[in-house]
Ligand binder design. Structure first.
Ligand SMILES: [Zn+2]
Ligand SMILES: [Zn+2]
Length: 377
């Protein structure tokens, strides 16, 4: 009878530990992590540019600007795996992680507008119509949102192919799904966000490039925050710092124009046309802050997928028509989750071992008692 009770207790403990660990790692962990992030306070008088660590704080002194900032969340490079290159488990896990992180962030932070800076899909550049539709369906499920939040998606090289691979069919397929032209201005509370199709900005006069440049020139009259997939030209990531900069061994690798970054020519043209007060870009999958020509700040937004990094993150931007302030919100680290699973596994093994030892001890004790009784008779 007591043996039966002990087995039940151990089974119950196993279920509780296993279930609790799973619930924590796959669902609850996102809440405390994202709860630590908050919208940065716009400090007036200068273009505030906090890009480290989740915090509020900042200026406010003499703040007479009554305009309410736009709360914009910016993430990049979600790379939803496709049918050809993606393993089903990798796909399932990454998509679940991104869905939970995104939905928790929406619930806790309530952004008014969300920008995804391209490379939404991993295989948009070659996927068949059937696979493309399946990828799009999963994207809409993962990044579902209420009507209070606007979701704006930019095009990346993995969505329509590198410059030499893209064609009108792939571009229009993308634009149709996301219901907008890939180069345009989105205005929210008087703040202009310029969306640039940077895949078509290599200045070689290709038909798509010509039409994108024509459109950009038309839009260049206003003051903008520029959002694009490719970073503006920079030599390498050597000057990047922070916990999500590229690994030290990769930081000094030279970037190739039109492949890793925009060409020098296209970058200069963008700066001259728009003089953007802030540039946000993706593609490198790592974080970086770059100052162009000593006045134009560019932030490289790291990948949102755990497939590309151990510590994905997104940017929280508070933007008024004159000022802006940024903060970075880190998501749970993959190594932490693996650590929790391993610890739980070790605890379970220990529990089973103890249970087996106890059982063995009990049996031995029982047989000794019976033997003793037998002898005394
Ligand atoms: Zn990417
Ligand atoms: Zn890319």
């Amino acid at each position: 009878m007591p043996r039966f009770g002990a087995t039940w207790t151990v089974t119950l403990l196993l279920v509780v530990v296993l279930g609790g660990t799973f619930l924590f790692c796959e669902y609850l962990i996102y809440f405390p992590t994202i709860f630590q992030c908050s919208w940065p306070v716009v400090s007036h008088g200068r273009g505030g540019n906090d890009v480290d660590g989740p915090r509020g704080g900042g200026g406010g002194g003499g703040g007479g600007d009554a305009s309410e900032p736009v709360r914009a969340m910016v993430l990049s490079d979600t790379h939803l795996l496709g049918a050809v290159g993606g393993h089903w488990f990798d796909k399932l896990r990454r998509e679940w992680q991104m869905e939970r992180a995104f939905q928790t962030a929406l619930w806790l932070l309530k952004p008014e507008i969300v920008f995804i800076l391209g490379d939404i899909f991993d295989e948009g550049k070659w996927s068949s119509q059937k696979h493309w539709e399946d990828d799009v369906r999963r994207f809409h499920r993962m990044f579902r949102h209420s009507p209070d939040t606007e979701l704006v998606v930019l095009v990346g090289n993995h969505d329509i192919g590198f410059h030499y691979e893209m064609d009108w069919f792939k571009l229009q397929r993308f634009e149709k799904v996301f219901n907008a032209s890939s180069t345009r201005i989105v205005t929210k509370k008087g703040v202009n966000f310029l969306l640039v199709n940077s895949v078509a900005l290599h200045g070689d006069g290709c038909p798509i490039c010509q039409s994108v440049e024509k459109e950009l020139l038309r839009l260049s009259k206003d003051l903008n925050c520029s959002l694009q997939h490719y970073p503006l030209y920079r030599v390498s990531d050597a000057s990047c710092t922070g916990q999500d900069a590229a690994p030290a061994e990769e930081r000094h690798l030279l970037f190739r124009e039109k492949y890793d970054v925009l060409s020098k020519e296209a970058s200069q043209r963008l700066l001259q046309w728009f003089r953007p007060r802030l540039i946000l870009s993706g593609h490198t999958h790592s974080g970086c802050e770059v100052l162009h020509e000593n006045k134009y700040v560019e932030i490289s937004v790291p990948s949102f997928s755990w497939r590309n990094r151990n510590n994905p993150s997104f940017i929280l931007a508070s933007v008024t028509s004159q000022h802006h302030s940024l903060s970075k919100c880190f998501l749970p680290e993959e190594s932490t989750v693996i650590g929790v699973y391993c610890s739980a596994g070790a605890c379970l093994l220990l529990l089973l071992l103890l249970h087996c030892l106890c059982l063995k001890g009990l049996l031995q004790c029982l047989s000794l008692c019976l033997l003793g009784k037998h002898k005394s008779l």
